[in-house]
Design a protein around this ligand. Structure first.
Ligand code: ZN
Length: 239
């Protein structure tokens, strides 16, 4: 089972001992349909020695008692995953997936964190925060500020490869629903939880390509400059 740790981003192969899970159910005897609830939780401990952090997911569904041919019912609710209880699923830990690097300015990082916190409860609001985080990064990284995100994206189009540009245009379109309700009131685009994950992933890619890569490059270049200065110093010492 290949698994990516949401804390450290490491891809790991999980062993049985890394996973603990429980499914429990209860029947409501007073309900005519003998309805019940099924609650499942699964905990995973990241097998990476450097990490070792926990991931805890919880699911809740409606179920119903199984009826046997004899008319007897089992005391256990069967899972009916088509009918989630409440939001149905929540990741208790970690609340924020792989955080953005400290090279990203505070405001877009806060928007990203908040999108992670609410993505299960309100995917649309989370998508809007992802859009604002994207705008914050574009303004900071490329030093532009226009009234509309569409115009800012156009301004950086030549700086980005076509795949990245298409993905950013996609995020703009999805997050737009919450950003301009007055203009898009007749457009109802549902944003599903899994879709928010791909928007968050795009923001992590931008962090890597725009901030982390630039910081590493600057570090490597200054290391070369420092090395050459040290050599020159050593040479002077010899003469
Ligand atoms: Zn980990």
């Amino acid at each position: 089972m290949s698994w990516i740790c949401p804390h450290c981003g490491t891809t790991a192969t999980l062993q049985g001992a890394d996973v603990a899970s429980i499914s429990s159910s209860a029947i409501m005897r007073t309900a005519p349909s003998r309805e019940g609830f099924v609650v499942e939780w699964k905990a995973i401990r990241c097998p990476s020695k450097a990490c070792g952090k926990y991931v805890l997911d919880v699911w809740a569904w409606f179920g119903s008692a199984e009826v046997f041919q004899s008319g007897e019912r089992t005391g256990k609710a069967t899972t009916d995953r088509e009918r989630p209880v409440g939001i149905g699923y929540s990741r208790f830990e970690p609340r924020v997936a792989v955080p953005l690097s400290a090279h990203v300015p505070r405001a877009p990082r806060d928007d990203y964190d908040e999108a992670c916190l609410i993505k299960d409860l309100s995917p649309k609001a989370a998508a809007t925060l992802c859009r604002r985080s994207l705008q914050g990064m574009i303004r900071d990284r490329w030093g532009i500020s226009k009234e509309r995100l569409a115009d800012e994206l156009k301004a950086v189009k030549d700086e980005c490869d076509p795949d990245l540009y298409a993905a950013m245009m996609g995020l703009k379109g999805i997050g737009n629903i919450g950003a301009h309700p007055e203009r898009d009131a007749n457009l109802i685009v549902d944003v599903e939880e899994g879709e928010v994950d791909s928007l968050l992933e795009l923001l992590r890619i931008l962090d890597k390509e725009w901030y982390v890569a630039r910081a590493r490059r600057a570090e490597s270049l200054s290391a070369v400059v420092a090395l050459s200065a040290a050599k020159a110093e050593a040479k002077r010492g010899l003469t």
